[in-house]
Ligand binder design. Structure first.
Ligand SMILES: Nc1ncnc2c1ncn2[C@@H]1O[C@H](COP(=O)(O)OP(=O)(O)OP(=O)(O)O)[C@@H](O)[C@H]1O
Ligand SMILES: [Mg+2]
Length: 240
């Protein structure tokens, strides 16, 4: 498929984000514009404090901004009410964070089933879906384990299963391998690549060149500005 005929999933135009703390105002994002089309696998890189997480929170509709425009699958986020935003966060977007954010008292499958709680799906079926998601990340043998009974890599895979249980078409991951050893890092990356091959659009923050080199494109931030947008997978972006 030609790159230009793919649909826009994310469209950011002249976005700014200013944090105000007491008397100090800090521009964490400064005139940022870019587009991500369906099927892309984008790495976001840049020094600490350059605005990567700020960008991810806005992309995930966890935070908003009054300057600039954000269109998600063609819909202007500004035009949505709270219920519609919650629906998008719940069903369309899967989040993966560096710190896993699993609830310690819940078993792996219960953690994974959490995003389904408000879906109206019956408990029996929620468990079935959670177990399937855990099997998909190679944790079929660990469904009753609690987070402290899992290794770091297994925890991150459980967090990934939780992000995938709703079958989102976008995955947003903020340093998903930041706390992992190199073997677990590779496992998570392999799952991401398989998902992307199935058509899931992925935007992932990483500090590691080795990881970014597996993505299709690298966007670099510095001081809140997008300073470089680089194609890795030239085949994907060909337009003829
Ligand atoms: N809630 C907040 N209130 C005020 N300032 C903030 C807030 N969140 C982030 N900042 C500031 O905004 C800037 C960008 O932060 P951000 O977390 O986006 O950086 P980052 O690129 O993700 O860094 P890292 O690689 O360390 O995670 C930083 O200077 C940070 O101190
Ligand atoms: Mg960050």
């Amino acid at each position: 498929m030609k790159y230009s005929s793919r649909k826009n999933v994310i469209e950011i135009n002249h976005l700014e984000k200013t944090y105000i703390t007491g008397d100090i105002s800090l521009k964490a994002l400064n005139d940022v514009s870019f587009t991500v089309k369906e099927g892309e696998f984008v790495a976001i890189m840049g020094p600490s404090g350059s605005g990567k997480s700020t960008m991810m929170n806005i992309l995930g509709c966890l935070d908003h901004t009054s300057v600039g425009e954000y269109k998600l699958s063609g819909v202007n986020i500004e035009d949505l009410d709270d219920d519609q935003l919650a629906e998008i966060r719940n069903k369309r977007i899967g989040f993966v964070f560096q710190s896993f954010n699993l609830l310690p008292k819940l078993k792996a499958w219960e953690n994974v089933a959490l995003p389904l709680v408000y879906s109206g799906i019956h408990l029996h079926q929620r468990k079935e879906m959670a177990v399937k998601a855990l099997e998909g990340v190679g944790l079929g043998e660990r469904i009753d384990h609690r987070p402290n009974e899992l290794s770091g890599g297994q925890r991150q895979r459980a967090a990934l299963a939780r992000a995938l249980v709703t079958s989102p078409n976008i995955i947003l991951a903020d340093e998903p391998t930041g706390n992992l050893d190199s073997k677990s890092e590779e496992e998570v990356l392999t799952i991401f690549k398989e998902l992307n091959q199935k058509g899931v659009t992925i935007v992932m923050v990483t500090h590691e060149d080795g990881i970014a080199s597996h993505c299709k494109r690298i966007i670099r931030f510095r001081d809140g500005k997008l300073i470089k947008d680089e194609v890795i997978d030239h085949e994907f972006y060909r337009d003829f």
